[in-house]
Design a protein around this ligand. Sequence first.
Ligand SMILES: [Zn+2]
Length: 109
Amino acid sequence: MSLQCPRCNSPKVASFHHAMKVGAAIGTVGGAARGVSAALAGGQAGALIGAFAGPVGITLGSVSGAILGGLAGGVGGCALGAQLGDTLDRHVLAHNLCLLCGHRFNLPA
Ligand SMILES: [Zn+2]
């Protein structure tokens, strides 16, 4: 893959991938937040199921439901965020920098 500066046609071009990292971070935070609510719901469901098995079952059900819900939410959010960031990176943000003239530009869509 050979990039060229559209202004001076120099092949010395640096590429950045800020948006992907930002998107992944946003997705992780969003996913964790979603995971917390999923954990609460999972904990409630677990407690309900565990209630049939008595007090010990309530505790076990709550904890395992919360852990599963939190994990699923966090992982899903991170993957979604990385995908979003990658799309932004490719189509919206100028992330190629010409090392000769300093011109910033996007990849041709
Ligand atoms: Zn240039």
